[in-house]
Design a protein around this ligand. Sequence first.
Ligand code: HEC
Ligand code: HEC
Length: 375
Amino acid sequence: MNDIQKAQYNEKYKRAKRNGEKFFPDTLYKDLLIAIALFLLLVGLAAFIGVAAEPRADPSDTTYIPRPEWYFLFLFEMLKFFPGSIEWVGTTIIPGAAVIALLLLPFYDKNPNRHWKRRKFALTFMSVVVAAMVFLTIRAVITTPPQKDVGAVATTLPAKIAAGLDFYSVQCNECHGAEGEGGVIKGVKGLEGFKMKPINSQDEMYTRSDDTLYNIIEYGQPSLGMPPFGKAFGGELSRSDIGNLVTYLRYTWDNRVELPKEAAQTNAIPTLGPTDIPSYDVNIAPIVKRYCVSCHRPGKENNNYVMGSYADVMNSGDHKPNVVPGDLNSNLIRMIHREKIDAGGEMPPTKALSPDLVAIFERWVKAGAPEKPKK
Ligand code: HEC
Ligand code: HEC
């Protein structure tokens, strides 16, 4: 800055100061107005729109890929250029240097010109930085694998109860029965013939708090024969899964709380009109999932009969086919009628299916055991 420029600048500064506004109250007032407006906007967004919930944090979940918010993605991406032992360059040196360079800006950039044509170097430099940030952000978005789909997170009470029922059917049914009724266990290694007490009783529900139930499921009761289900203990359930399961148990078995109507509807097994033809997809799959899959799924022996899909229901098992379209003497039908045959005994072992469910199976087999509903 030469002397003439300096004088001009000082003159301008004095003028501005003479006519200028005071920090208090003028500037403060303006800032305050904007701050309050922003605050109200945030309160409004939080109250009326909110943020979609993610599953509960779970340190034992190894499928979760941690990543920063989008506005820090470029920093995250930069780390990929500084792997391993030189990571500190990317995490500390470069961002640190950039922040210090900005802080010191007034001391080294004393160019008095404000017109962009006279600030070519600063402009070019900043453009390169911004372009690099945009590039890194885009690269990060493209190259980071999507979060493993954890499915829709249940946020409403009915959705939680429905999710809990699904976990119960798969994980708990084999030992505790579809309705928690207990009975003599069959087909579970180590517990063959064990007489399970009912866990759906008021005794159980009145004396166990949600936290207790949660812990029983997460840690199991290994000394009694109940395995742990928490992922951290080798089980298959995440923390939010267990939370949903507890909600399901509470609303289904505790008569002090009422199952919401909507939940009762989602959980209900579709009923059939007198002339409807049942199909696997609509009518059989929900029954199988609720009453059979727990023992008949991959990893369980039980005569190698897996019931996870139409094809497997029709054509797996040591005594396959267990379902012969049109034939009411099919193994499956005889076994749900609790006959003892070559393929095995009564199914499900602990408690008979209700007559209307047995009737759905029969009508389905009689109609040729179709997979898809007929239009
Ligand atoms: C491999 C068999 C098995 C499976 C699967 C199983 N449990 Fe258990 N569970 C047991 C046994 C055995 C007991 C002890 C019963 C007893 O004390 O008579 C038990 C006890 C319980 C109790 C009662 C605890 C108490 O202190 O009264 C609850 C509640 C329970 N289980 C819930 C569940 C839930 C929910 C699941 C599914 C996530 C599940 N269990 C899966 C075997 C199992
Ligand atoms: C508690 C565990 C358990 C549940 C629940 C269960 N099963 Fe089974 N299932 C078994 C066992 C164990 C066998 C082996 C035969 C035996 O020991 O009776 C078996 C065998 C079968 C077989 C013979 C398979 C073959 O090819 O030999 C059929 C069919 C069958 N089950 C149907 C069902 C149906 C349908 C349901 C649901 C309504 C069901 N099971 C629920 C334990 C279970």
